[in-house]
Design a protein around this ligand. Structure first.
Ligand code: FAD
Length: 448
């Protein structure tokens, strides 16, 4: 299958809308799909509404890293469980997710970066991880080709894995459907149906469905959906580009990133390459609405984000986008079914140049295909996974801040248990919605 999934990908999931279900999931990215699968396994009748295509947005556009390395300490137990769940899902889908244990390495070209990487090793030790420090020789020895870059060392977690996102998430959606989940593409949820302050169902573009629980897994659209209900979710979208090379001579089997470039070897023998320090931000009203909350994060990583102009009129946080609508109005979710920013030629040229600098014997890589995706970022780089206290029956699982692919099954399991009234088996304090309004000091997670 060609990556990523786009609006031109044929509709595969077109289940009829039932009159009622136990749970409606809004959004069929990795979070929505895994939540639905595990909810069904707990005996719930589940409907997933997807405004565009299953995994059409971030969930098919990402690097495919399944990473424990560098995770926020509160997320580490969840991400470790998620890794196991990915392996299970891969087995259950006959290997369609492409999960392989390849290891992930972080390489440093400067003493300052090396010191930054080493800080996380204390967390790794506390959690008994297999992570270790790479010497200069080990860092350069990762590659089967001579390198032209002065890496000083790094850190590595051998048990980290990779998947093939555009195969994996649809494969899990098929598994969920086989276990009774209804999934409907081209079906935006316009708003919730609320009676006496409680969730009673959803109003979709194809009709209404009764359900007393609804979980919003809307990625970059979640803030807009929540806003129409008066719920403030400080989330901004950051654009990133990925380039796929043609199959090439092997340089390295694991995934790695340094200060500038990241690389993952795919099953087809090519590499997925991306810049680590060049993301785009489209200026939008949300920057002003939530700007103060993002200041600590910006101070940490301002040089990695470039202003990319004014947000396009059909982007979720554009000036022109409608913020209120009625049940019969066409909503912004229908006007942009698959959020697919154009791939940046400038970034692709930079990716090729940086690859050639690092591997002079391989030279400028041939790029088969490139694309961009819009990352939904939270001010402290950890998501919100919580019930909305003011709207009983309404839950959020969103704001995955560039690491939702790897940790997705872990949060999916948590969502399912939370909605089924079971213990989530993880401490969710760090992921509560109220942290943005209860006066707590925001603690920015490690953005490794
Ligand atoms: C370039 C790039 C590289 C990345 N690399 C990695 C990586 O290597 N490892 C990793 O772990 N993570 C990575 N990420 C992040 C990861 O892809 C995301 O965190 C994850 O996919 C988010 O999943 P999600 O289900 O929350 O959101 P999404 O995948 O964005 O899905 C949300 C879905 O909700 C739908 N939706 C929204 N509103 C509505 C509505 N009202 N009605 C119906 N449907 C709606 C959307 O159409 C969309 O399909 C990367 C992201 C990008 C863009």
């Amino acid at each position: 299958m060609q990556a990523p999934i786009t609006i031109d990908t044929p509709v595969e999931f077109d289940d009829g809308l039932p009159e009622s279900v136990d749970v409606t999931v809004i959004g069929a990215g990795v979070i929505g799909v895994f939540s639905a699968l595990y909810l069904a396994r707990l005996g719930k009748r589940v409907l997933v509404c997807e405004k565009g295509r299953v995994a059409g947005e971030q969930s098919s556009r990402n690097w495919g890293w399944i990473r424990q390395h560098g995770r926020d300490e509160a997320e580490l137990p969840i991400t470790r469980q998620a890794l196991q769940l990915w392996h299970e899902a891969d087995a259950e889908t006959g290997g369609a997710c492409g999960i392989k244990t390849v290891g992930i390495s972080y390489l440093a070209s400067s003493e300052k970066e090396l010191a930054r990487l080493l800080e996380w090793m204390d967390v790794a030790k506390r959690h008994d991880m297999d992570s270790y420090v790479l010497t200069q020789a080990q860092a350069n020895g990762l590659f089967q080709k001579p390198t032209g870059h002065p890496w000083l060392g790094g850190t590595c977690t051998p048990s980290d894995a990779k998947g093939e996102p555009w195969q994996a998430v649809p494969a899990v959606a098929r598994l969920a459907r086989a276990e009774g989940v209804l999934i409907r593409e081209n079906c935006a949820v316009r708003h919730l149906h609320i009676e006496a302050g409680k969730v009673k169902g959803v109003v979709t573009e194809a009709g209404a469905v009764n359900s007393e629980q609804v979980v919003l897994c809307g990625g970059a659209w979640s803030s807009l959906f929540a806003q129409q209900m008066g719920i403030s979710l400080p989330q901004l979208s950051v654009e990133a580009t990925v380039a796929q090379t043609q199959p090439m001579e092997a340089g390295v089997s694991g995934s790695w990133v340094d200060e500038e470039l990241s690389m993952r070897r795919r099953d087809d023998g090519g590499y997925s390459l991306a810049l680590a320090d060049d993301h785009g931000y489209f200026i939008s009203p949300d920057a002003f609405r939530h700007g103060l909350k993002f200041m600590p994060l910006l101070r940490k990583s301002w040089s990695d984000v470039q202003l990319a102009g004014i947000s396009r009129a059909d982007y979720p946080d554009a000036w022109a986008v409608k913020r209120k609508w009625g049940s019969n109005d066409v909503t912004p979710f229908e006007r942009n079914r698959v959020l697919e920013p154009a791939s940046s030629d400038r970034r692709v040229a930079k990716i090729r140049r940086r690859f050639a600098e690092r591997f002079p014997s391989l030279g400028m890589p041939e790029i088969k295909h490139s694309w961009s995706g819009m990352i939904d970022a939270m001010p402290d780089v950890v998501p919100v996974v919580d019930q909305v206290a003011s709207v009983p029956g309404f839950y959020l699982a969103t704001g995955m801040s560039a690491h939702g692919f790897g940790i997705g099954p872990g949060y999916g399991r948590i969502v399912a248990r939370m909605l089924a009234g079971l213990s989530p088996e993880h401490d969710l304090q760090r992921f509560r919605l109220s942290r943005f309004s209860d006066g707590s000091k925001l603690v920015v997670g490690p953005s490794l």
